[in-house]
Each structure stands twice: as structure tokens, then as C-alpha cells.
Design a protein around this ligand. Structure first.
Ligand SMILES: [Zn+2]
Ligand SMILES: [Zn+2]
Ligand SMILES: [Zn+2]
Length: 342
């Protein structure tokens, strides 16, 4: 094969023998290549070469094919090639089983997917079995659907592939409801975290005493009389305790603040396992439940379990300093002062 006039298109620095094969494309002149290089880089090309000694890659722009062949020789792909032919290269790497190029194309396309090309990238991701890229496209579509709807790509899809359109809409719906579920779960966890913090704080006030409130048999030292530095919730809970001790209306009279305090005491007694607990009403509530042999309210039991598990999880997974910051954020956002258990 006379290739003396052919430029070296693949940035090869090592010395190779003369090319022994032509790769045919839809347009442009055949590309001289080495059978051994192509065969060792792609099992599909190896099969083609073994069976009929010809290699055709058609339906892809000529420059995309040269970028592909260049990768087979050098394992390199420039940013410019990725920018221009990323989608073609992804398709080629999938069809010709070149996993390293496929991995790079998925990464490259993930960085380049936008509202203009998302429909095309999504279809390609589906065709090329690239689930991460596919999910990324669905997320982008869900978040920017109004914009995507106006694109040429979406209109084309509506006319030519209504089944895929339906599939996408269904997936967007699923993604949206999953997001809602996660948000709800986070909100619930925030509430359990607040309650868990309130439980710790209640024990702290009733056992060690803090600022204005403490066990009846303990004289608070000067140090302890200072504003609390341990819990942001300490001061509001102290106010609640003082209110509870003196309120004339009480829970039965319909006082919401007393009801809130009563619920904190009750939740504490569900969780508490100390024999000599100093939290007011703890033993009384526990004894009353035993004496009445009443079936424990399932809702309360579940709540107590969730609060305990959030507490355990948070102490295991997050450093204490950070945990306190997060708790403070949650409390500042929703305000424990007004929460009422349902
Ligand atoms: Zn305190
Ligand atoms: Zn009250
Ligand atoms: Zn207790």
C-alpha cells in the first residue's frame, strides 16, 4: 500500500510499519490504518478485520471517525474533539466496545449537557447504555422543562418518538416525586433532630440545672447561673418549664404552651431508662402507663423510636461540632418555641 503521501493523522510518535488496511467512511478518502492497532483496541473491529479484511464506519462525520481512530492509536482525546464530536465518539465507543473512550465520553458529555442538547444526549445515553448520563439528563430536563420544551430537539422527539416522549415524562414524574419524598424525609428528620435536642436539653436542665431552672434539691453555682452555652434550646425550654409550673389553665384548660411542655415530658418518659431520673413527671408517667396496662399509643412509640434513632445516627455519623451547628440551623429555621406535637 502506498501511503508515502499520507500525513500522519494520529499524532503517532512511535515508529510503526506501513499501514496495511484502509478504513472506509461515508465521505472523505479512506483512512490508512494498521490492522493490529485497530484489532487490539476493539474486539468488534478485530472481528471485522478477521472476517473480511475491510473496515467501514459510516453515518458518522469524517472528522469524528479520525478522532475515534486517533484514540485507538494514542488513547488520547483532546478537549476540542470532545467538544465537537463527543456524542459521535460516545456512540462509536459503545458500538465498537472501547470502554476507556466510552468512560471519557460519558464524563465529557455530562459536563457539556445543557437545555439545548439534552434531548439528543438523553437518547444517546439510552441507546449507549449509559445510566449515569441518562439520570443526569432526566434531572436537567425536570429542572428546566419549560426551556427544553421550546427546543428543536424536544419538538423533533414529540413528532418522531412519542413513546420515548412518554417515557421521559414518566421518568421526570418519578424523579419529581422521589425528590418530594426526600424533602419530606429531610423535614421529618429535622423535626426528630429538634426533639432529640430538646430531650437532651430537658435532661440537662433537670439534672445539672441551668441559668434559672434546676433540680429543687440543688443550689445553682454562679457559673451555672450564666446564660446557657450548651444548648440553643435551653432558654426557651426553661421558660416553658417555669410556665408549666405556674400556669392556671394547664393542659386540661386548653393551654397550648402547657400542652407542648407536657408532650416533651411524655416523650422523655418514653425514651428514659434512668432509674433515678430527675426530670419531673418521668417516673409518674411511666408508672401510670404500667398500672393502666394501657396499650402504648403506636404514634408515640414510633416517634420515640425515631427520635432515639436520629440521635444515635447523628452522634455516630457527624462530628459533634458540626452536628450542633446543624441543629442550630434547624432550630433557627423553624423555631422550637412554637412547635406542638401532633
Ligand atoms: Zn442550659
Ligand atoms: Zn400553660
Ligand atoms: Zn426520665
Amino acid at each position: 500500500m502506498d501511503t508515502s503521501k499520507t500525513n500522519n493523522p494520529f499524532r503517532i510518535t512511535r515508529v510503526l510499519p506501513e499501514p496495511d488496511l484502509y478504513l472506509h467512511t461515508s465521505r472523505g478518502k479512506p483512512i490508512p490504518v494498521h490492522a493490529i492497532v485497530l484489532a487490539s483496541a476493539s474486539p468488534v473491529l478485530e472481528n471485522m478485520i478477521m472476517s473480511n479484511r475491510t473496515v467501514k464506519i459510516q453515518g458518522v462525520p469524517y472528522d469524528a471517525v479520525t478522532a475515534f481512530v486517533s484514540f485507538l492509536y494514542t488513547s488520547r482525546c483532546t478537549e476540542e474533539e470532545m467538544e465537537k464530536y463527543g456524542m459521535h465518539l460516545l456512540a462509536l465507543s459503545h458500538v465498537y466496545l472501547v470502554p476507556e473512550l466510552k468512560r471519557r465520553c460519558i464524563k465529557g458529555m455530562s459536563q457539556r449537557v445543557n437545555t439545548e442538547n439534552v434531548v439528543d444526549v438523553l437518547q444517546l445515553a439510552k441507546m449507549c447504555d449509559a445510566p449515569d448520563l441518562y439520570v443526569k439528563c432526566i434531572k436537567l430536563l425536570t429542572g428546566n422543562f419549560k426551556e427544553v420544551e421550546k427546543t428543536e430537539g424536544w419538538r423533533f422527539l414529540q413528532h418522531h418518538d412519542p413513546r420515548l416522549e412518554l417515557d421521559i415524562l414518566r421518568l421526570m414524574d418519578e424523579h419529581e416525586s422521589r425528590k418530594k419524598k426526600c424533602r419530606k424525609q429531610r423535614e421529618e428528620e429535622g423535626l426528630y433532630m429538634q426533639l432529640s435536642e430538646a430531650m437532651d436539653c430537658l435532661e440537662h436542665i433537670c439534672t445539672e440545672g441551668c441559668t434559672d431552672v434546676g433540680p429543687y434539691d440543688m443550689e445553682l453555682s454562679k457559673e451555672k447561673r450564666k446564660p446557657c452555652s450548651m444548648f440553643d434550646t435551653c432558654q426557651p425550654i426553661q421558660v416553658l418549664i417555669r410556665h408549666f409550673a405556674t400556669c392556671k389553665k394547664r393542659v386540661n384548660g386548653g393551654c397550648l404552651r402547657c400542652k407542648g411542655m407536657w408532650q416533651l415530658f411524655r416523650l422523655h418518659s418514653f425514651i428514659c431508662q434512668h432509674d433515678s431520673c430527675k426530670v419531673p413527671l418521668c417516673r409518674q408517667i411511666q408508672l401510670k402507663m404500667q398500672q393502666e396496662n394501657k396499650k402504648v399509643d403506636a404514634k408515640w412509640k414510633l416517634l420515640a423510636r425515631k427520635v432515639a434513632s436520629v440521635k444515635a445516627m447523628s452522634s455516630l455519623s457527624v462530628p459533634k461540632r458540626k452536628r450542633n451547628e446543624e441543629i442550630r440551623d434547624t432550630i433557627n429555621n423553624s423555631g422550637i418555641r412554637n412547635f406542638i406535637l401532633i
